[in-house]
Design a binder for this molecule. Structure first.
Ligand code: PGA
Length: 247
């Protein structure tokens, strides 16, 4: 299982960041568990500097630019220099701040060109009865990989994150059966966009109020490869409890 801890802007102190890294290092020793931490950029730089453990790091976003006279931008090469190996792209909170599908596509291309594995977030704001949410998820995935070569497409990880399930509680997260259905659907969409049978190796994650109480049910009912965890990843005890449910 791939567990991506999206710290968002919740973690702002070095002491807390270090505690979370220490807990993650222990958890990452468990068989079958891979942990990726996505701290705010400056903390990522500090934590990754001396990291020799199995824990990996992700950017929470990257610049859509190729660098230059752009105050405040952090580009893919800068994250790669700070030892990030993944980049969360197209998160709904970045889309809300202005990232269109076209911008997300450019970011995926930059990430891959500089050795970062993209974790592409897709998901509908609400579910309708006519299945329009399925078409939206398909469109977001299709648009995001548009600029990529067939080979590059095989490296993209898709994280299904329905907006209505983000930042709430386990009771309001997705029903495990609905997740199972969506994971199958996403695998079908990916298979149409990737060469040959390569999509079989593509990873599909789920995010949106994954907590210690629901993670086992979600993992057990569906063919999901892992989780993107927000609020439940920023308290060391809760995060440890959550990961242990999967071991
Ligand atoms: P949440 O966030 O776990 O707090 O719902 C998940 C995410 O937005 O990646």
């Amino acid at each position: 299982m791939l567990i991506v801890a999206n710290w968002k802007a919740y973690v702002e102190e070095l002491a807390r960041a270090k505690k979370l890294l220490a807990v993650s290092k222990r958890l990452a020793r468990e068989d079958g568990i891979a942990i990726v931490l996505a701290p705010p950029a400056p903390l990522l730089g500090v934590l990754s500097a001396k990291n020799k453990s199995r824990v990996a790091f992700a950017a929470q976003d990257i610049s859509a630019t190729a660098g230059g006279a752009l105050t405040g931008e952090a580009t893919a090469p800068a994250y790669a220099a700070a030892s990030a190996s993944y980049a969360i792209l197209g998160h709904s909170e970045r889309r809300a701040a202005g990232d269109t599908d076209a911008v997300v596509a450019v970011k995926l291309a930059h990430a891959l060109a500089h050795g970062l594995t993209p974790i592409l977030c897709v998901g509908e704001a609400e579910r309708d009865g006519e299945g329009r949410y399925l078409a939206l998820v398909r469109e977001e995935i299709t648009a995001a990989v548009e600029l990529l070569t067939p080979r590059e497409r095989t490296r993209v990880i898709v994280a299904y994150e329905p907006l209505w399930a983000i930042g709430t509680t386990a009771e309001h997260a997705i029903d495990p059966n609905d997740l199972a259905e969506m994971v199958l659907y996403i695998r079908k969409v990916i298979a149409e966009l990737l060469p040959g049978k390569s999509a079989r190796r593509s990873l599909v994650l789920y995010g949106g109020s994954v907590e210690p109480d629901n993670v086992r049910g979600l993992a057990g009912a569906s063919d999901v490869d892992g989780f993107l965890i927000g609020h439940a990843s920023v308290d060391p005890h809760t995060f440890a409890e959550l990961v242990k449910q999967l071991t």
